[in-house]
Write a protein that binds this ligand. Sequence first.
Ligand SMILES: Nc1ncnc2c1ncn2[C@@H]1O[C@H](COP(=O)(O)OP(=O)(O)O)[C@@H](O)[C@H]1O
Ligand SMILES: O=P(O)(O)O[C@H]1O[C@H](CO)[C@@H](O[C@H]2O[C@H](CO)[C@@H](O)[C@H](O)[C@H]2O)[C@H](O)[C@H]1O
Length: 439
Amino acid sequence: MPKTATLRPRRTATAGPPTSLAGLLREWLPRQRWFAGKDRAPTEPNLLSMTELFPGCLHVLVEAGDCYQLLLTTREQPVPQLAHALIGRAEQGPLAGLTVYDALHDPRSARFLLERLRHPGTAGPLRFEADPAVRVPAGLQPRLLETEQSNSSLVYGDSFILKVFRRIEPGVNPDLEVPGALTARGCGRVPAPVAWFRTTYPMGATLGVLQPYLPDARDGWALALRALASEDDFTDASWELGEAMAEVHLALASAFPCGGHDDGGRTAAAMAERLTAAARVVPALRPHVRGLRAAFDALTACGPGPAVQRVHGDLHLGQVLRTGGQWFVIDFEGEPSRPLAERRAPQSPVRDIAGMLRSFDYAARQRRPWRPQWARRCREAFCAGYAERADWDPRTEHALLRAHETDRAVYEVLYEARHRPDWLPVPMAAIERLAVRGG
Ligand SMILES: Nc1ncnc2c1ncn2[C@@H]1O[C@H](COP(=O)(O)OP(=O)(O)O)[C@@H](O)[C@H]1O
Ligand SMILES: O=P(O)(O)O[C@H]1O[C@H](CO)[C@@H](O[C@H]2O[C@H](CO)[C@@H](O)[C@H](O)[C@H]2O)[C@H](O)[C@H]1O
């Protein structure tokens, strides 16, 4: 059994010299796609816990504005094959004299991590747990997915995928909780969790989830772009996607019963608040604030709409996978920038529908000239498919849809400004449409 050592948190941020681990992370963290603090003043990383998973591989939780999870490979000599994953050489502190790498790029560490998941148990504050009914074979070869976004994912032998959460918040992560509950209800639209790990210190939190990998699947975004490029019809696929999403919503409502309806006033106020905050960060939003607020104000006057329930929370074409003529839904974490409690709270299912409708617009805008008709047909088909399976039709909820689409476009503006400034014109085009013409 590997030796484990857990550091207790320090009460104050440590201004580590540049060559301590904290100093190395101060430079490295802001360069990572999943680092959420890019538009905030940098804070000095503060190590919260450090656990040896096995010799040469450390599990680390670090506070740097938010709490982040890192897996580190440490070596006495530099490893040329890991140059792309180099964090740096520590000269001070507990790792003095060691070269430190992001362990998820290191096949040896990735293989050991799977071994840990295959053998439930503990390592310091870490708990490795698994569904005893599923057998994960030994020796599967790991590869890190290049499409790193909010988290990091390792695929093992095209059979399983391990999502390693990067920003850690207290509580159970919905990406473990929701697929588990949906599978227990017999919903076949989500890959079921097979194994997972969590920490008990310095907070109780989910750290990663292993699921079956759908090897021949393509995500909805890639399929939509391919259809656009070859001028293929995408309405049938959109219709089926609407139907699949309605099925997932029905399963969510039954797995997490809550009932009740949206309080239009409160939702409108929260949306307006998010708009104000986003306009503070993105000046291009400011001229549109008044026009956009009208969409939120209209919420207070519209009917109750469908009952609130657990939702996906960040639905877009990249979150749906198609294989064998079926759609599957992944990534139930919700919008990564929102607090976990808010993401787990019951919300209107219109929120998800609006997310997907925005995504058709995003896809259509990847073509020059852009294809508004293509997006319109897909949006229509998606809603029609949804209505066929659910007991209500999203197209009858115009004011609700417009408010949620506006809120989603505001989120996207903020997301793009932070992570992909070149993409900012895509949601900004929707902002102009929603603010000027009312959707
Ligand atoms: N079960 C799965 N089978 C096949 N591919 C998957 C599966 N789960 C995730 N993926 C792929 O991994 C990518 C990242 O997964 P996702 O859960 O969206 O992570 P993130 O939170 O980092 O965005 C997805 O876009 C998808 O291509
Ligand atoms: O990392 P996640 O997949 O959880 O989601 C975040 O990143 C998405 C981009 O990768 C972002 O989605 C936006 O861009 C998509 C095209 O790349 C588009 O299909 C979506 O409609 C659009 O919102 C998502 O908002 C963000 O949370």
